[in-house]
Design a binder for this molecule. Structure first.
Ligand code: C2O
Ligand code: CU
Length: 557
C-alpha cells in the first residue's frame, strides 16, 4: 500500500507533533521521543539518516488477519505423584519472520515465532484443582550478535513473570544460559493468572525482549471454571508490543541514550494493526503489555480516529488473577491504563452491537503520564469486526474470586524505595544493581508495606518478584477500581508514592526463602540500572545454584 503525499504529510506531522513543544524534562516521554538517534542498533549502528517513520506508514491498517499465538504441547507428561508434571521444550533461536508481508525481519525468538508460544497449565494446590507442575527446558541456540563492532554471545536467562518460582528457577539476571547451553526451569503453578515468560539478562533485557524473547503463560484452576467465563476460542491472548523497523525490514533498537524505547509500529500477537473477526457474543481477552517502555491507555471506540461514547469494557482480572468483581469501564473517559509488564483481563460483549459493526481498541493517551507519548501511529491498536451470530452460554458474574484484604495494621515493617535518575543512570535509593548487595530482608510469614516513590520526570512501572501484592494507595488516594486486585507491577507516576502490601507467606504449607529481584519494568531503566534485590528469610537456595548445562549433555525429557 502506498499513501498519497497528503496523507503522508498529515500523518508525519501528527507523528512528530511533539517537536513543536519545548524540550521540558517534565514532559520527558516527549523529550525522549524527539531526542537524537545516536544509539540506534540493528546488529550494527544504523546510519544517522534513516527514516524511522517510513515503513510504519506503508503498513495497511486493520486489514491483516488477527492471529493467536499457538499453544505449546508438552513433550512428555508424568502422571504419578501428588502433582503430575508436564515437560515442555523451547529453543531460543534467531528466526526470519514476516511482520510485514513480503519483508523478512530477523528476530531472536522462542521456537522461531513472535511472540513465543503460549503455555496453558492447570494450577492450584487443592485436590479439586488437579494442579500440575511444569518443567520448561530452554535451549539457547542464539549464537552471537554484533554490538558496537564486536561479536558477542547472546546470553539469556528466563523469568516467568508472575510465578512464585524458587530463586534458582526465577531467571536471576546473572544466572546466564550462554549459547550452546540449556537449563530446565521448574514451575509450581500456584494459582490461576495470566503471566508471561521473558528474557531477564543483566544489562541486556531491553534488547533481548525487544528482539522477540517474550511469550504468555496461562495458569487455570477449577474455581475459575465455575464462573463460566468465556472459554476455549473465546478466551483470547492480546500481547501488545511496539517496534521500529528499518526499510530493509530489520528491527531498530534505539533506546535514545539509555532512556526509553518507543516503536512506531503497534503489534498485537506479532501482527501490526490487525483485524479480528468476532461473533455477536462475549469474549474474554487477556491483555499483556510486552512493550519495552510504552504504557497504553485502552478504550473501545466505534471510530478509528476518535472516541465514541458508551462503549463498555468489563475488567475481570489483573496481574495475579481475577478481581473480586468485574469493573465496568465506559468510553470515552474511563480507560484501562496498562504499563509495561502489567496484565489485565476484560470481557467484551459484542452482542451489545449489530452485525457488521466495527470496534477499535484505541490508545488515545488521555491520562497525564509519561511513557505515553503523542505518537498518532500507535493511538489505534486493532479492530474488531462483528461478522456473525453465535450462541453464548458463558456468563459475566457479579462476583468473582474473593480477595482477602491485607490489613496495614498487621504490617511488621514499612520500607521505602525511591526510583530516581542520576546524571547518568536510573537508580533505586540512589544505588545501581549490585549482585552482592541485598536491600531488604523480610522474614517468612511477615506482612510488610513497601512505599515506592518517584521524585518526578518519568513514570516507573515497578515490578517485585515472587509475591503477590495489593495497592493500598497512591499519594494517599485509593487506586483505580481495577487496580484493587492482586498485582505484581505498580505504576509509580511523577511525584507519586504508591504504598503496596504483601504477605511473604507460605506456599502449600512451606515458607519459601531466598533472594529475588525488584526493578523498574521500563526495560531500558532496568538495564541501566534500576534494579535491586531482597532476601526472604536466610539460607534460602542460591539463585545460581542450578546452573545451565552444555547442549551436548542433553538427555530427552
Ligand atoms: Cu517481567 Cu523481573 O520481570
Ligand atoms: Cu523506570
Amino acid at each position: 500500500m502506498k499513501l498519497n503525499r497528503r496523507e503522508a504529510i498529515t500523518l508525519g506531522l501528527t507523528g512528530v507533533g511533539g517537536l513543536l513543544l519545548p524540550f521540558d524534562s517534565s514532559h520527558s516521554a516527549l523529550a525522549e521521543t524527539i531526542s537524537d538517534c545516536s544509539n540506534c542498533l540493528r546488529g550494527e549502528i544504523a546510519p544517522a539518516s534513516f527514516q524511522p517513520e517510513e515503513l510504519s506508514h506503508q503498513i495497511p491498517r486493520f486489514q491483516s488477519p488477527f492471529k493467536r499465538p499457538p499453544l505449546l504441547k508438552p513433550v512428555r507428561s508424568y502422571e504419578s505423584g501428588q502433582r503430575p508434571l508436564d515437560c515442555y521444550e523451547i529453543t531460543m533461536k534467531k528466526a526470519q519472520v514476516e511482520i510485514i508481508p513480503g519483508l523478512k525481519t530477523e528476530i531472536w525468538s522462542y521456537n522461531g515465532i513472535l511472540p513465543g508460544p503460549v503455555i496453558r497449565q492447570k494450577g492450584g494446590f487443592r485436590d479439586e484443582d488437579r494442579g500440575r507442575e511444569s518443567l520448561v527446558r530452554f535451549i539457547n541456540q542464539l549464537g552471537t550478535s554484533i554490538e558496537d563492532g564486536t561479536e558477542i554471545p547472546i546470553n539469556t536467562t528466563v523469568h516467568l513473570h508472575g510465578m512464585a518460582s524458587l530463586p534458582q528457577y526465577d531467571g536471576y539476571a546473572e544466572d546466564l544460559i550462554c549459547p550452546g547451553q540449556f537449563k530446565d526451569y521448574f514451575y509450581p503453578n500456584d494459582r490461576a493468572a495470566t503471566i508471561w515468560y521473558h528474557d531477564h539478562t543483566i544489562d541486556r533485557t531491553s534488547r533481548n525482549v525487544y528482539m522477540g524473547l517474550a511469550g504468555m503463560y496461562i495458569v487455570e484452576d477449577e474455581e475459575e471454571r465455575q464462573f463460566n467465563l468465556p472459554q476455549g476460542e473465546y478466551d483470547v491472548p492480546l500481547i501488545l508490543q511496539d517496534l521500529r523497523l528499518a526499510s530493509d525490514g530489520s528491527l531498530i533498537f534505539n533506546d535514545r541514550g539509555q532512556r526509553s524505547l518507543y516503536g512506531d509500529i503497534s503489534l498485537v500477537n506479532g501482527v501490526p494493526w490487525p483485524c479480528m473477526k468476532v461473533a455477536r457474543r462475549k469474549y474474554r481477552f487477556r491483555v499483556l503489555n510486552a512493550s519495552t517502555s510504552r504504557t497504553y491507555d485502552l478504550v473501545l471506540s466505534q471510530k478509528e480516529n476518535r472516541l465514541t461514547a458508551g462503549e463498555r469494557m468489563y475488567v475481570i482480572g489483573s496481574d495475579c488473577g481475577l478481581l473480586d468483581a468485574p469493573v465496568e469501564l465506559t468510553s470515552p473517559l474511563q480507560t484501562l491504563v496498562i504499563a509495561p509488564a502489567e496484565r489485565y483481563e476484560f470481557v467484551l460483549d459484542f452482542s451489545e452491537y449489530d452485525l457488521e459493526t466495527d470496534l477499535y481498541l484505541r490508545n488515545p493517551g488521555l491520562i497525564n503520564s509519561s511513557n505515553i507519548d503523542s505518537d498518532a501511529r500507535v493511538q489505534t491498536i486493532m479492530r474488531f469486526h462483528i461478522d456473525r451470530d453465535e450462541p453464548d452460554r458463558s456468563s459475566l458474574p457479579d462476583k468473582l474470586r474473593e480477595i482477602k484484604r491485607l490489613d496495614p495494621n498487621q504490617a511488621v515493617a514499612t520500607r521505602k524505595f525511591r526510583f530516581e535518575r542520576s546524571s547518568t543512570q536510573w537508580l533505586i535509593n540512589n544505588k545501581p544493581w549490585n549482585k552482592n548487595r541485598v536491600d531488604a530482608n523480610p522474614q517468612p510469614g511477615a506482612i510488610e508495606i513497601w512505599e515506592l516513590s518517584n521524585n518526578g520526570g518519568w513514570m516507573h512501572p515497578v515490578h517485585i518478584h515472587f509475591v503477590d501484592w495489593q495497592i493500598l494507595d497512591r499519594n494517599g488516594r485509593k487506586p483505580r477500581a481495577y487496580e484493587r486486585g492482586w498485582k505484581d507491577v505498580f505504576r509509580v507516576d511523577h511525584f507519586e508514592t504508591v504504598r503496596v502490601i504483601a504477605e511473604f507467606g507460605r506456599r502449600n504449607g512451606d515458607y519459601l526463602q531466598g533472594r529475588f529481584m525488584m526493578h523498574c519494568h521500563n526495560l531500558v531503566h532496568e538495564d541501566h540500572s534500576m534494579m535491586t534485590q531482597f532476601e526472604v528469610g536466610q539460607n534460602g537456595p542460591e539463585p545460581c545454584s542450578a546452573p545451565p548445562l552444555p547442549i551436548s549433555s542433553i538427555t530427552p525429557l
